[in-house]
Design a protein around this ligand. Structure first.
Ligand SMILES: Cc1cc2nc3c(=O)[nH]c(=O)nc-3n(C[C@H](O)[C@H](O)[C@H](O)COP(=O)(O)OP(=O)(O)OC[C@H]3O[C@@H](n4cnc5c(N)ncnc54)[C@H](O)[C@@H]3O)c2cc1C
Length: 529
């Protein structure tokens, strides 16, 4: 899977495509897997890197959404719980079970959450991850040794799934390519072409590397641009009413010592009525998130000072040792592509279901939903697309398709577990070229072989691609990622045969992105974002 190969496939394809998907996040790549595996000629164009948008910035949970159960949205929870089970079955190298503990400080919480979480598990049916259980104060302290003990009465444990979002996405791109799809990163769609009836029949796109502009025609064009859905719709019809209400969510990453052990903590009601998680992830502690309506989405969103303060404050209430700004290893923001509901000003109340909407221009839009439900969303989308594009009937088969890298016991590959069945090839690279077995930086486990692998097999084109989405360096430790960047640039330049000016430009670009993930010592205006 290389970008030049994908471009060759694109340029040698002179016929009309069955499906053109715009957007290479979980939604778009999910649609590409579904379409290609039904036998349709499939092209996906991503304007930046795969997963650059929301899909690398989630809470990393494969879950039914306990909160939606509380809101009474049983259908959404049941659908997500089923998809959670299918995803663990099809990508066990990237999805694992995790115990979540809801700490109880009030007398009514144990029976209330105990019952709710029992129902949560019942709704998962045969896809259950394990029964919930009420814990004593001692058991809760044993599982969450760093929890604030003042007034703690006990807890409730339940089970959900956890994953590596960007790694899953990269493996999904490979899966779609293996099914015959053509997927290209750094090809921004800048226009939509129309037939004589004024209906969308293709795209104009620009190869961001060569500057080459070209068009591709398709029987159906699917808009899977997440938070940017309305911008693409406006290319077909500038007068469309917006369908997206973007909402930002921020996470802070801390050292593992803030949450040792193997359980996560879930706070169902923060001071502003939201859910907050503290989760062990790749040897660090991930805490979030917020839900802040924003006027316009951007590709590199900045965490707001009040969001950072809110997370620090809430974490401080529940953890024995309150984390401070100087403990933050990384901070990242993502934008939820929530679908607008009439008369709703509160984003927490907006629909978390996915929406399929066909514009008068014939553009098929799919937005909303969750990472967890991407497969089901894609199935629904392609059922509609097949009718719209008069494509030959073909059944969805994605429940049975293993995601690239499938391996039932990937944990034996240590930190390379996320590569699943690709791990032995990376180990072989380390044996053949021992200099590639060296870590990129002391603070993270990543080695040079992963950079070389990402360049030749995972379509990594920039230092950011490698440090953000092929490895998760910038999400785990911004300072260490910045330290690793020159080594990554030099390895990539060697493999891609670029000169030193490419390296310098890459480093400067990476520094700009890394500033969004770094927290200054002082709050407000003083941060470099
Ligand atoms: C803070 C936060 C936490 C979350 N946590 C979870 C969780 O734990 N579990 C869960 O299941 N869900 C979670 N979600 C939801 C989930 O992450 C999103 O639903 C999902 O990632 C949306 O994917 P998407 O493909 O629709 O959008 P995106 O991932 O944003 O993808 C859209 C893509 O379109 C591209 N694009 C835009 N315009 C163009 C153009 N003109 N041409 C070409 N490409 C273009 C962008 O570059 C981008 O890559 C979370 C969301 C947020 C914000």
């Amino acid at each position: 899977m290389t970008r030049p190969e994908m471009l060759n496939q694109l340029h040698s394809h002179t016929a009309e495509w069955d499906i053109i998907v715009v957007g290479g996040g979980a939604t778009g790549v999910g649609v590409a897997i579904d379409a290609a595996s039904r036998g349709y000629d499939t092209l996906l164009l991503e304007g930046s890197d795969f997963g650059k948008g929301t899909s690398s910035r989630s809470t990393k949970l494969v879950h039914g959404g306990v909160r939606y159960l509380e809101q009474g949205n049983v259908a959404l929870v049941m659908e997500a719980l089923k998809e959670r089970g299918i995803l663990r079955q099809n990508a066990p190298h990237l999805v694992s079970d995790l115990a979540f503990i809801v700490p109880n400080y009030d007398w009514w919480e144990a029976p209330f959450y105990g019952l709710g979480l029992k129902i949560y598990n019942i709704l998962s049916g045969k896809y259950g991850f394990g029964p919930s259980k009420i814990l004593s104060r001692e058991e809760t302290l044993q599982r969450l040794p760093t929890i604030n003990p003042d007034g703690l009465r006990g807890g409730v444990v339940y089970y959900d799934g956890q994953f590596d979002d960007a790694r899953l996405l990269i493996n999904m791109v490979a899966t779609a390519a293996e099914q015959g799809g053509t997927l290209i990163n750094y090809c921004r769609v800048s226009g939509l072409t129309k037939d004589s009836d004024g209906l969308v029949n293709g795209v104009t796109t620009r190869d961001e590397e060569s500057g080459h502009v070209f068009t591709a025609t398709g029987k159906v064009v699917v808009n899977a641009t997440g938070p940017f859905t309305d911008a693409l719709r406006r290319l077909a019809d500038p007068s469309v009413q917006p369908m997206i209400a973007p909402s930002q969510g921020v996470h802070l990453v801390f050292d593992r010592s803030f949450l040792p052990g193997s359980s996560a903590m879930m706070v169902p009601h923060t001071s502003d009525g939201r859910v907050m998680f503290a989760i062990p992830w790749h040897g660090r502690t991930l805490v979030g998130t917020t839900d802040t309506p924003i006027p316009e989405p951007t590709l590199e969103p900045s965490p707001m000072e009040e969001e950072i303060e809110f997370i620090l404050e809430t974490a401080g209430q529940y953890l024995h040792k309150a984390p401070s700004r100087s403990d933050v290893l990384s901070v990242f923001a993502g934008i939820r592509p929530l679908v607008r509901a009439a008369n709703s000003s509160n984003t927490a109340a907006l629909s978390r279901d996915h929406t399929i909407h066909i514009d008068a221009s014939g553009l098929l839009n799919i937005a909303g939903g969750k990472w967890t439900t991407y497969r089901n969303m894609a199935e629904d989308c392609m059922d509609h697309a097949a009718v719209l594009g008069r494509l030959p009937e073909s059944e969805c088969v994605t429940k049975q398709i293993n995601i690239h890298g499938f391996h039932a016991h990937a944990e034996k590959f240590g930190h390379l577990a996320v590569y699943g069945s690709d791990a032995p090839a990376i180990q072989e690279l380390m044996r053949r070229r021992p200099e590639l077995a060296q870590p990129l930086t002391g603070a993270l486990p990543y080695v040079g072989a992963e950079v070389v692998w990402a360049v030749h097999h995972e379509m990594a084109r920039t230092v950011e691609d490698v440090l953000c989405r092929r490895t998760r360096a910038l999400f785990l430790n911004a300072k260490a990622a910045i330290e690793a960047a020159p080594k990554v640039a030099s390895l990539m330049a060697h493999e891609l045969e670029y000169d030193s000016s490419w390296e310098s430009k890459q480093l400067a670009a990476f520094q700009r992105v890394a500033a969004h993930f770094s927290l200054g010592k002082e709050p407000a205006g003083s941060r470099g974002v």
